[in-house]
Ligand binder design. Structure first.
Ligand code: HEC
Ligand code: HEC
Length: 373
């Protein structure tokens, strides 16, 4: 331990010296901000519980990331130096549309109150234990065309040709671009995300190039507004079984567990009897789901639920991950004696990509926006 601390202080010392000589912008040059409010013991315990219940499935028990779905680290130094609260509170509250990250705020149909989302944000900050730096909200100017070339050369392998995300976050995601200011994006590129595959580019690219990349990513933003869904009532137990008079489906399960989307669609179309579980956070069920599915998120109390769930009906679970949350639910059910169970292999995004039908939520104060804008 003392050895590591010693090495770290040497590195910091060298960096400060270098900064003095070259005038390069190191983290130390940013103005520090006051830390956010301290949590009470009760708030902190509650936040820790909420983290394990809702987030650890993908972000890992120790906030290390990559437990499932390539979910990023929730303890890297640069994220908590630059982001709190926007880069943490907003994705946690509203999700990142079109990714496995759903919204957890009650207002959009999630399980957490506004106070709980704030406490969880600050809890993550205090766990990371870093100082916040003050970043301006001014746009970063840069050469977009050069940024496009640099992106294709250096970033596309991990973040996708079009910023759609491969095993790294979707940088072209409209909610992410709306939540992160230019400086937050530039800070991530400069400093990387410690303890993750994201390198610090300030050692590899000149400052102008990092500005060009930031400006290029910003040019991908086409606007995003938080939509307020009209929350649907949750289905009641008497609505759980689809086609109660139908026959059970006869699936040929891959690995004794997975049903292909096309086989599930065929079973739905021919009126087979089954229960469909949507295992994602309930806010995303509100937005879009398979018709007849019931929202039974991965964090449900299964001892309570199983009182309501029949054992003689085929139960199929799905999520967007494409399988992590559904797998965890099916494991819990199988441990409780539900053997007639399966997971939809492709997940709901796979299902939608194939053009299969879904039910969409209603948005407050908006006409059907099919034509886009
Ligand atoms: C089903 C998996 C899953 C669960 C559960 C989940 N997340 Fe995420 N989360 C993701 C993924 C995937 C991303 C990255 C999405 C992208 O931008 O491509 C993400 C991104 C984030 C980000 C943005 C981080 C960054 O580096 O920009 C935050 C903050 C976050 N999640 C917080 C949470 C919190 C807090 C919870 C629990 C309340 C939670 N997540 C639950 C999958 C998940
Ligand atoms: C080796 C793979 C890899 C390469 C190459 C890479 N990144 Fe990343 N990047 C990642 C990963 C993984 C993360 C998420 C890290 C985490 O927080 O867990 C990330 C995170 C980011 C973030 C923060 C996103 C957010 O939502 O918080 C930005 C911005 C970013 N990268 C930009 C870039 C740019 C620009 C380039 C090219 C110059 C690049 N990255 C190259 C893997 C990569």
């Amino acid at each position: 331990m003392p050895l590591r601390a010693h090495r770290k202080s040497l590195i910091i010392g060298a960096a400060t010296m270098l900064a003095l000589f070259t005038g390069t912008a190191f983290a130390a040059d940013y103005e520090k901000m006051r830390p956010p409010r301290k949590l009470t013991k009760a708030q902190s315990e509650r936040a820790a519980e909420n983290y394990q219940k809702y987030c650890s499935l993908c972000h890992g028990v120790n906030r290390e990331g990559y437990a499932n779905d390539h979910a990023p680290s929730l303890r890297s130094q640069s994220l908590f130096e630059s982001g709190v609260p926007h880069a943490v509170l907003r994705p946690l509250s509203y999700g990142r549309e079109g990714t496995a990250m759903g919204g957890y705020l009650d207002e959009v149909g999630g399980p957490l109150t506004l106070d709980e989302t704030w406490d969880l944000t600050y809890w993550l900050f205090w766990q990371a234990g870093v100082d916040r730096v003050r970043l301006s909200t001014n746009p970063v100017e840069g050469d977009v065309d050069r940024g496009r070339l640099l992106y294709a050369e250096n970033c596309a392998t991990c973040h996708g040709e079009n910023g759609e995300g491969v095993d790294a976050p979707a940088l072209g995601n409209q909610s992410a671009l709306a939540h992160n200011t230019d400086e937050v994006i530039r800070y991530a590129i400069r400093h990387g995300r410690q303890g993750t595959p994201m390198p610090a580019w300030e050692d590899k690219l000149p400052s102008d190039d990092i500005d060009a990349l930031t400006a290029f990513l910003r040019s991908k933003a086409s606007g995003w507004t938080q939509q307020k869904p009209v929350l649907k009532a949750m289905p009641t137990p008497d609505q759980y079984v689809l086609n109660a008079d139908g026959e059970n489906p006869d699936f040929d399960l891959r690995d004794g567990r997975y049903v292909m989307a096309k086989d599930l669609l065929a079973a739905m179309e021919s009126g087979k009897r089954m229960v469909l579980l949507d295992t994602r956070v309930t806010s995303v069920w509100q937005r879009v789901h398979l018709e007849g599915s019931i929202p039974i998120p991965y964090y449900t109390d299964f001892d309570e639920l199983t009182a309501e769930l029949p054992k003689d009906v085929m139960i199929i679970a799905y999520c967007s991950c494409p399988r992590a949350a559904a797998d965890s639910v099916i494991n819990k059910l199988r441990r409780r004696g539900y053997t007639n169970t399966a997971v939809m292999y492709e997940g709901i995004f796979g299902w939608m990509n194939m053009g299969y039908p879904v039910m969409r939520g209603e948005i407050a104060g908006m006409a059907d926006s099919g034509s886009g804008h």
